[in-house]
Design a protein around this ligand. Structure first.
Ligand code: URA
Length: 239
């Protein structure tokens, strides 16, 4: 594949802008500056250097973001900046979007991709991908509330009870809950239906992936493919 074409596929601008990037000496490989936009490379596993930054070439982008509070997952945010602002422009240009949403005040693990089929696969209710939430409550957590969340609570727009796949008390005002669905404000509504309310909400796990402890709020990482989310042991690789 031609170098300019690879840059274009990664979101570095129009074909002409990608050719110019090479022409001005902004692109390199293995410490060597490249000057021919038509030079051919195998994009598989290729790591470019663009304007001094390493850029591992991915046919489809999949990234893990530590979402901070006060960012919206919407592409057209109303009250806070979009999480997209935390990603570099090439990823935004590629049409990367969140896999499911977190509320503006929720922190933690958020996946984003430009792979529409993967979004469908990971958000489909039939797939039952587990999501783990760490919840701080306004009132003390009672054994009865844990029982209710495990047995199922009725949300006002849903006739069938919704259950937590797992739920445990982790402190006087704290609980950890695993959900297999992703309904609108599901955690907050379930905790309210159980007679308490959410003061802070943090997602610590999505499928097989745990939020890496060394990933600061607002920082992101490349992931190597859906298997790291769906598998059982894989962890994200630093880019
Ligand atoms: N449930 C909620 O209520 N909010 C979130 O952000 C995620 C799950």
């Amino acid at each position: 594949m031609r170098l300019a074409q690879i840059l274009f596929s990664q979101g570095f601008g129009t074909r002409r802008e990608c050719e110019s990037l090479v022409a001005i000496g902004a692109v390199g490989i293995d410490g060597r500056t490249l000057d021919d936009p038509a030079a051919a490379f195998d994009p598989h596993g290729l790591v470019l250097n663009v304007r001094g930054e390493a850029w591992p070439v991915h046919a489809k982008a999949l990234v893990l973001l530590h979402k901070p509070a006060d960012y919206e997952c919407s592409q057209k945010p109303k009250h806070h900046p979009s999480v997209m602002n935390l990603l570099p422009p090439p990823l935004r240009r590629r049409g990367v979007q969140p896999i499911g949403r977190l509320d503006a005040d929720t922190t933690g693990l958020l996946l984003l991709t430009d792979d529409g089929a993967l979004i469908h696969r990971l958000t489909s209710p039939k797939k039952h991908v587990p999501k783990v939430y760490e919840i701080e409550t306004t009132d003390p957590v009672s054994a009865r509330q844990i029982e209710d969340l495990l047995r199922g609570v009725v949300l006002h727009d849903d006739p069938l009870p919704v259950r937590a796949a797992a739920c445990e008390r982790t402190g006087e005002h704290a609980l950890r809950m695993t959900l297999l669905e992703g309904k609108y404000h599901q955690v907050k509504r379930m905790v309210a239906a159980a007679g308490n309310s959410v003061a802070r909400l943090h997602r610590s796990r999505f499928g097989a992936l745990e939020l890496p402890p060394d990933l600061a709020p607002g920082a992101w990482r490349w992931l190597d493919g859906a298997h790291v989310v769906l598998g059982s042991t894989a962890q994200p690789q630093p880019h």
